[in-house]
Design a protein around this ligand. Sequence first.
Ligand code: FRU
Length: 475
Amino acid sequence: MKKQQLSEFNKTERPVFHLTPEKGWMNDPNGFSWYDGKYHLFYQAYPDGTNWGPTHWSHAVTEDFIRWDRLPDALVPDRAYDIGGCFSGTALTDKNGRHMLMYTGCWPDQNNQQGFGRQIQCIAFGDGTTYEKYDGNPVITGDMLPEGGDPYEFRDPKFWQEADGTFRAVIANHNKTHGAQILLFRSSDGLKWEFENVLADGEGKPGWMWECPDFFPLDGKYVLLAGTMGEVESVCRIGEFDSEQGIFHETAWQTTEQGFDFYAGQTVSAADGRRIVIGWMQNPQTAENREVDLPINGQMSIPRELQLRDGMLLQKPVRELNDYRTDEVIYRNVKLGECAEEIKLDGISGRTIDMEISIEPSERYELFRMRFAADAEHYTEFTYEPDGSVITLDRSHAGPGKTELTKVQTAVRDRSGRLDVRILLDRLSAELFINDGEQVMSAVIYTDRHAEDITFYVKGAAVMDIAKYRIKENK
Ligand code: FRU
């Protein structure tokens, strides 16, 4: 990786309002927490290459979820028990005011070449800048797994403390007979742990292994998030938690991402009570070897505020993004459908933007189409067909960045042709929030950043309102 290349990248290509690694590879968010007056986010990183390698916990802090400052790596794989990688985990503040991390140590096993290696759970303590691994590591091992639990697929602890001081953790595991399962452990001091219960299993849900579980209260319910290895990337289960018994009663489930690129979502409880999730904005199946010549590979999603409405999860970009809006362009009642071609509107273009559009049918329309990151040859396309109420995101014309995952389609709530979309573009990505956050579609795109056009087309007749902003680098 040449320095020159990195400095050029920093000036012109690096995303402006999404967290990216300084160089090299990034995957899951880890240890998202409020500590010593700041939000801390660690992430799986391999700084020495742009494909996955034994992971470090790189570290960044923010006060507003948009501007991040990088700190030195908090954990590096330097012990026999984590030499294969310091895998994903979480953080909390202990009773002595220390920042306490729980992560998975992975150690390659000569006798078992399948997968990454044997996986155990470890602790580290720190002061917000430097971290030391606990001498008594590991604190949870494969010997503690219930019947059928695979010690080679046992990772990503999410731990927290209850009001009475008890520690609990949910950890992902593959069961040789039942498939994906999320296990609940408990501890009185955070260091000596015991297995408590199988909190959830994958029965009837997608995924062979549910990675990076998060479990938290939200609007009177409990939510279990997990990354599902397979076609659908993220699943959210909603229900009640019987804390005494350690039992989760599921009442509903849904997928949390309808696009291509959102995985391993992890939440923080913000100082003002909001529950905010951030995810790795990539598809784990296609993240490596994308054949793009950039000094980084990986970025985080925009942090999303979570809410339950009528038993469904809603996700919206953190409100702090609004403070970075500038150069407002507003259109009201733009008539679409009068022209057989795509139309462009003055001032509606760009690759670091936040744009809200609302479409209303005039009589009836068959298709709404928006193309963005477009030039004469390239575009990414979002369409809505009111008949069937279907949205589609298609990046097959986005240019560089080989991937087989180019088109996704999903049904949205039928609102008689009305549709609201908020779209965030940040040089290497697009995130679309549909109908007030009922659905979200994320896409990494490597289209040349000069492809800035945005066009609209309607088959039939509809009217559209637009509010568009450029996102500036500093408030
Ligand atoms: C998910 C994951 C985790 C694991 C980490 C390793 O992307 O596979 O399960 O802890 O990545 O980097």
